[in-house]
Write a protein of this length. Structure first.
Lengths: 264, 225
């Protein structure tokens, strides 16, 4: 769970600006490309501006007005968040901009949002939902599912969570505005990562031997040797405490094996 | 090599999915290698390679600015090579996984270069961005998306074009049996997956017991078959 501090609560603006369904659809589709210009200096800052742009068009004076230009400058500056939870920021910042919240308050709020939206999203999605979905699909593979069924299992499961998170984020950001901090205390965000981690640990236990068995396609003794060898190597890797990256070790060992096979 | 163009386009689209658009994880090895195998006419080989690679990919989490392999285009390269070589030939799966991992190494580097290029472009457009230009913001985003698509497609084309003939030659002189070859690869992949599972989940309360229970269920299912 994240140790980052959530921004302090503030009351939501009284009146809700009107936004057409088409604009929401445009914003949502842009959210899928929020990392399009990801870079080491402004991170997803430009992406946030890109997503907010259709909403900011309704500011007084339109796209050529000073309010729009000032808002675009503010919203395209440095920003860091998990790409899925950035929808919370986009919704809340849009609400603040369209409600006429003072710029310096928006900037403080924007800065405060970065930490929590990054760490919570990383734990919930990258270290939770993604490996869990992979392991469930690998279990389906290990149980003999056909290729189409395996990839559909993964894509439907993963994206049910992914898209729901983006939609929820945009909705909660927009409806609560600067008061969105309370939404970050949602039980799914606070306790979800631990629950997903336990489910994924169980899924890992099921999926690894089943997947190994199907790829090996051999008898019980070769499989027992593979699982025992795998367990021993895994213990060694864990004891190295991250000093060796697993995928790089795999590359080196498989390359050596190929070299021996060709040279002997 | 007739498949080079469709494979490159597939690699481009799936490489784009990793970071830029739409991050629906069609770029995961399990999906990407299966699709690549299907493009070459053998989805079953694709899913075999994809599952093996997915075990290894569990160890890499795409946290923000960290450097990680770009699995989309590399899994396409590996899946297409294994499918084109046919897994009934000893060593085909091993060589396919090796091709994917080697491409993944390079692809991670190309992602870093792309991010540096995006930063350079953003610096050049700084005056327009500071003036609140919507054209600059949208242009920067579209340039990044296009560059990533081209990066992944080119990487796939070059990797497939260079590695496939070498892979074909290696499988031609492969001396180990099919069973041993698969056993070595799957042992390594299982080890990486198990250590990744421990690293990611061990801090969650009771996670080790959940893992042990899952393992018991998995072994029981194997025994029951």
């Amino acid at each position: 769970m994240s140790t980052a501090t959530a921004p302090r609560s503030a009351p939501a603006p009284a009146s809700t600006p009107r936004v057409s369904p088409w604009t929401w659809l445009t914003v949502f589709s842009r959210l899928l490309a929020i990392q399009g210009s990801w870079n080491y200096e402004t991170l997803i800052g430009n992406g946030v501006g890109f997503c907010l742009e259709p909403l900011l068009r309704s500011l007084p004076g339109g796209v050529h007005g000073p309010a729009f230009k000032a808002a675009m400058t503010r919203e395209s500056a440095y920003f860091n968040a998990h790409p899925y939870l950035a929808s919370v920021a986009v919704g809340a910042l849009a609400r603040a901009e369209l409600s006429g919240v003072p710029p310096e308050r928006i900037e403080r709020f924007r800065t405060a949002l970065c930490g929590p939206l990054g760490s919570v999203g990383d734990q919930l999605v990258w270290a939770g939902w993604l490996p869990f979905s992979s392991l469930v699909a690998l279990t389906a593979f290990g149980l003999g599912a056909r290729p189409v069924a395996v990839i559909l299992t993964f894509l439907l499961l993963y994206n049910a969570g992914h898209l729901a998170l983006r939609v929820w984020g945009l909705h909660v950001g927009w409806t609560r505005g600067l008061g969105v901090a309370s939404a970050l205390g949602n039980p799914v965000l606070r306790r979800g990562p631990a629950h997903v981690a336990r489910a994924a640990a169980a899924a890992a236990g099921i999926a690894i031997p089943l997947t190994a068995a199907r790829v090996l396609n051999g008898g019980a003794i070769p499989l027992a040797l593979v699982l025992a060898g795998g367990a021993l190597t895994a213990v060694m890797l864990v004891r190295l405490h991250g000093r060796v990256e697993g995928w790089k070790l795999a590359l080196v060992l498989i390359a050596l094996f190929a070299l021996i096979s060709v040279a002997r | 090599m007739r498949e080079l163009l469709p494979i490159s386009l597939l690699g481009g689209v799936l490489g784009l999915d990793v970071v830029c658009f739409p991050q629906m994880m069609v770029s995961r090895p399990l999906v990407a290698a299966t699709l690549a195998g299907a493009f070459v006419g053998d989805a079953t080989t694709g899913v075999l390679l994809g599952a093996t690679l997915e075990l290894i990919a569990l160890a890499t989490l795409p946290f923000g600015a960290s450097r990680y392999p770009e699995w989309g285009s590399s899994a396409v390269v590996g899946g297409a090579i294994a499918a084109a070589l046919h897994t009934d030939r000893a060593g085909a799966l091993t060589v396919g996984v090796l091709a994917a991992l080697a491409t993944a190494w390079i692809s991670g580097w190309t992602l870093v270069k792309l991010r540096q290029w995006n930063a350079w472009l953003a610096r050049r457009k700084r005056p327009a961005l500071d003036a609140g230009s919507r054209g600059a913001v949208i242009g920067l985003q579209l340039a990044g998306l296009t560059a990533d698509l081209i990066r992944a497609a080119l990487l796939t084309a070059v990797a497939y074009g260079l590695i496939f003939p070498v892979a074909n030659a290696i499988v031609g002189v492969w001396s180990f049996g099919d069973q041993l070859s698969r056993a070595v690869v799957v042992t390594i992949a299982s080890a990486v997956a198990a250590s990744a599972a421990w690293t990611i989940f061990h801090s969650a309360r009771y996670a080790r017991w959940y893992f042990a229970s899952g393992l018991a269920i998995g072994l029981l299912l194997l025994f029951a078959r």
